[in-house]
Design a protein around this ligand. Structure first.
Ligand SMILES: [Mg+2]
Length: 156
């Protein structure tokens, strides 16, 4: 049976800092310390190194979804995240993230085998499968994550 894999966006697939750098000077000043709430910021971010290629490969090996949280007080983040996914992973039925974007504050409610996420918040610490803690020792890069996950695949 194909195993289910979830992948986070911010600081996992997405380089959050690159969005801060692209804010206007006035927005940067206004939203300092709470950049999550800056309108449009999520659409400005670059992918993390190797992230897009890694997601494409993993989508061939697992039943793969993006599982991210959008800030409650930044409504444009909810649409910006969809736009980001379409821009970097495509928006057509054959594309690997097509209708596979889940926005949730309760990641533990999603059933599955693996979650790649840089944090334990939003229910990740209660997720039933294995948490691959992106950005920590052993999981610092997408190359390391791929080395771990490839042998665990049951699809492809
Ligand atoms: Mg994150």
């Amino acid at each position: 049976m194909t195993k289910t894999l979830y992948v986070d966006l911010d600081n996992t697939l997405v380089d959050f800092v690159s969005g801060i750098e692209r804010l206007s000077a006035s927005d940067r000043a206004e939203f300092e310390g709470r950049y999550d709430d800056a309108p449009g910021i999520f659409a400005l971010m670059d992918p993390m190194p190797g992230a897009v290629q890694a997601y494409r490969e993993l989508s061939q090996l697992f039943d793969t979804y993006i599982l991210s949280t959008a800030p409650w007080d930044n409504p444009s983040a909810w649409s910006d995240k969809l736009l980001w996914v379409k821009r970097h992973l495509g928006g057509e039925p054959d594309d690997p993230a097509y209708k596979r974007l889940i926005l949730s504050h309760h990641k533990n409610l999603n059933r599955g085998d693996f979650i790649v996420d840089d944090r334990t918040a939003r229910g990740v610490d209660e997720f039933e499968g294995e948490h691959i803690h992106f950005g920590t020792e052993g999981w610092a890069t997408w190359s390391e994550v791929l080395d771990h996950l490839r042998p665990l695949a049951t699809k492809g």
